[in-house]
Design a protein around this ligand. Structure first.
Ligand code: PEP
Length: 341
């Protein structure tokens, strides 16, 4: 479980994941978080009331971002046999003493392997599901709070993940968007529903190569963000920063070996943060952790981790090697050093 205290003056631990906490979060939806590391240099508009939006600062100068804790996730995708998962779990467990203590870490096995991993992986790592279900035709926000268990063959509900005490769920991965047709709207509903069930959410966004080349990267990303923001009501906005992680994953960098340049990543991350400030709230912009994903490996992670606006990584291929994954987690110390912590 992710229960370690923040490294410095953070006022909330973002990912305390006991059942009690999850239920409490669902009841109150008010786990605010504040961030001592972020200073906005422009006007601080007032928070909007329900349905309204605050007036936005024109820029948010970020000294160091998110909750201050680096967060690294391993997306195992549709990989693993009983034997290989066992071996990976053993290698990860062996690496626990070497992993930087101020880094939050989660692993996303397949649903089939999830109970085994939850049982056998050291509690230093959190487990994260790779998806959860929501009905496509739910239009009334209130309905996100209805049950999604029932006649949905082949699906897994947020209720089940909550019941199994799985603290995280990965939503909107580009492979699900492109191969399985998940729309921005569905992803937004999934996020809201998972949040209601107390799950922390890692929501993936990112542009295709074509979109980058035709200059529509930010249109695409902002539309994806908007679909999430629209579905999370004001009550939930107050806990967004502590429980919603954004994973920026340019599709052209996923599994291709073609990692985005630090400049490309920094540009997108800082625009995501400004979008959050303008369209959700300044508090959310300050507190949200933004991971980069796309061909991150043990050799290139340090260069990326130096960027102030990268709060962690979402790692696919390289997370299947426990030693490499541990090395990537330890890029957090490069990050902390670079941002002066
Ligand atoms: C991913 O699938 O989330 C991912 C980032 O994959 P890879 O690291 O293999 O590019």
């Amino acid at each position: 479980m992710l229960t370690a205290a923040p490294p410095t003056t953070r006022t909330s631990s973002p990912t305390t994941t006991t059942t009690t906490t999850m239920s409490a979060r669902r009841r109150t939806m008010s786990m605010g978080s504040s961030c001592a590391f972020v200073r906005a240099t422009k006007s601080r508009g007032t928070r909007g009331s329900a349905g309204g939006r605050r007036s936005a600062p024109s820029t948010v100068r970020v000294v160091s971002e998110g909750t201050g804790r680096f967060i690294v996730g391993g997306n195992w995708k549709c990989n693993g046999t009983r034997a290989s998962v066992k071996e990976l779990v053993q290698t990860l467990n062996k690496n626990v003493p070497q992993i930087e203590k101020n880094c939050d870490v989660f692993c996303c096995p397949t649903f089939l392997h999830l109970p085994y991993v939850k049982e056998n992986l050291d509690s230093r790592f959190s487990v994260c599901a790779q998806n959860s279900w929501v009905e496509a035709d739910l239009v009334d926000p209130e309905h996100h709070y209805d049950s999604t268990t029932g006649a949905f063959t082949g699906e897994i509900s947020a209720e089940m993940l909550e019941d199994l005490e799985v603290p995280f769920v990965l939503l909107g991965h580009s492979e699900r968007r492109t191969l399985l047709g998940e729309t921005d709207e569905i992803v937004g509903k999934k996020v809201a529903h998972a949040r209601y069930h107390g799950l922390s959410v890692v929501v993936c966004i990112g542009e295709s190569l074509e979109e980058r080349e035709n200059g529509t990267t930010f249109d695409v990303i902002f539309k994806q963000l908007k679909a999430v923001a629209k579905e999370i009501d004001d009550r939930e906005h107050s806990s967004w920063g502590s429980s919603v992680v954004i994973a920026y994953e340019p599709i052209w960098a996923i599994g291709t070996g073609k990692v985005a340049t630090p400049e490309q990543v920094q540009e997108v991350h800082s625009k995501i943060r400004n979008w959050l400030a303008e369209n959700v709230s300044e508090d959310v912009a300050k507190a949200t952790r933004i991971q980069y994903g796309g061909s991150v490996n043990a050799s290139n992670c340090a260069d990326l981790a130096k960027l102030s606006d990268i709060d962690g990584f979402l790692v696919g291929g390289a997370s299947l090697n426990g030693d490499d994954f541990a090395a990537i987690c330890n890029a957090s110390s490069v990050h902390y050093k670079a941002v002066g912590r």
